[in-house]
Write a protein that binds this ligand. Structure first.
Ligand code: PHE
Length: 351
């Protein structure tokens, strides 16, 4: 090994010993600095003959390049080591499970409403939606319940301090029955030309689910509760159809044929005759108990007239059922208020 090779080997060992970039710069100075070994060799060339300068000069230059290459290599290695150390120190464990947000679910009553809509939808019923702050006219008067009618007292509710266009008041609707009138009036308007020409118009077949309000609060009554109205009007719609619709609906809703339905005579100002609808399960914890699930009846001629239809020609039935009660029965819940407390311990059981 000649002196130049030895110098290169020494530089390599020196650079390898340098553990930090600062150490390495110090080691570099010993070779390539102002009075470094390579620099000294270059200076020494002044004393050489032109012949020697050529060969020795080339060798020294080569040596310089080799030392520089070793330096660059070691610099890169140190920088890389530093980066690796930093990455290791700041490591993130991306495999840790995240903090997931707990997933919500549909409210049990919303589930019931969806079921009701799906089942009636399959029977050709439209689904309608209307205001919860209702006009006195739609909630009572148009439903054959004039201002002095005693039936109004059964529907004590929350009155609002504003006046409807007809001068009557507003109130939180006490039932979904006003939707019978709102929907039928729209339907009649849509078919006004056919009606005027004395032609038959398409049947009205609609349900209207939504929130309703009454001054009432105990385990089975809440001041805010749900109803689902139903209305089927045509030229030849009878109580027989109402019975068939209910039989279909309840057997579908509760997913059982082991279910009896009975109609109990009752009174509503807007239907005549009227009936309460009860169901009884043939098995299960409620076996044999009659449970009231809806009010119903043949739509009163005065109401058909308020729809804008001739009661001599158009006839049909209406019903109003309680989705909250249906939900209690379906899931075995015994206190209605649980649905509206917003307690997640209760609600999350329905996810
Ligand atoms: N609106 C009645 C109630 O709230 C129920 C009902 C609707 C009865 C339609 C007959 C026809 O009690």
């Amino acid at each position: 090994m000649n002196d130049l090779d030895q110098l290169v080997a020494a530089a390599q060992a020196d650079f390898a010993r340098a553990a930090t970039p600062a150490d390495l710069e110090n080691a570099k100075a010993r070779y390539l600095g102002k009075s470094g070994q390579v620099t000294d060799l270059l200076k020494g060339m002044a004393a050489l003959s032109p012949e020697e300068k050529k060969t020795r000069g080339a060798e020294i230059n080569q040596t310089k390049q080799r030392v520089e290459a070793l330096l660059t290599e070691r610099r890169a290695a140190l920088a890389d080591a530093e980066l690796q150390a930093q990455l290791k120190a700041e490591a993130l464990d991306v495999t840790l499970p995240g903090r997931s947000r707990s997933q919500g679910g549909l409210h049990p009553v919303s589930r019931t409403l969806e079921r009701i809509e799906a089942i009636f939808g399959s029977m050709g019923f439209d689904v309608a939606d209307g205001p919860e702050i209702e006009e006195d006219w739609f909630n009572f008067t148009a439903l054959n319940t004039p201002a002095d009618h005693p039936a109004r007292s059964m529907h004590d509710t929350f009155y609002v301090d504003t006046k409807a266009p007809d001068g009557s008041g507003h109130l939180l609707r006490t039932h979904t029955s006003p939707m019978q009138v709102r929907y039928a009036v729209q339907h009649v308007k849509k078919h006004a030309a056919a009606l005027a020409a004395g032609e038959a118009i398409p049947e009205i077949r609609v349900i209207a689910p939504g929130r309703t309000y009454r001054v009432d609060s105990d385990a089975t009554h809440s001041p805010m509760f749900h109803q689902c109205e139903g209305l089927w009007i045509g030229e030849n719609v009878s109580f027989k159809d109402l019975k068939a619709v209910f039989a279909d609906f309840f057997r579908n809703f509760f997913e059982t044929d082991d279910l009896d339905i009975r109609f109990r005579p009752s009174f509503f100002p807007f239907t005549e005759p009227s009936a309460e609808v009860d169901i009884a399960f043939a098995s299960g914890p409620l076996k044999g108990r009659w449970l009231e699930v809806a009010g119903s009846g043949q739509v009163h001629p005065n109401v058909v007239r308020n729809f804008g239809l001739d009661p001599e020609r158009y006839i049909g039935f209406a019903f109003g059922m309680g989705p909250d009660r249906l939900t209690m029965l379906r899931y075995g819940v015994n206190d209605l208020r649980l649905f509206f407390d917003g307690d997640l311990r209760f609600l999350s059981q329905f996810k």
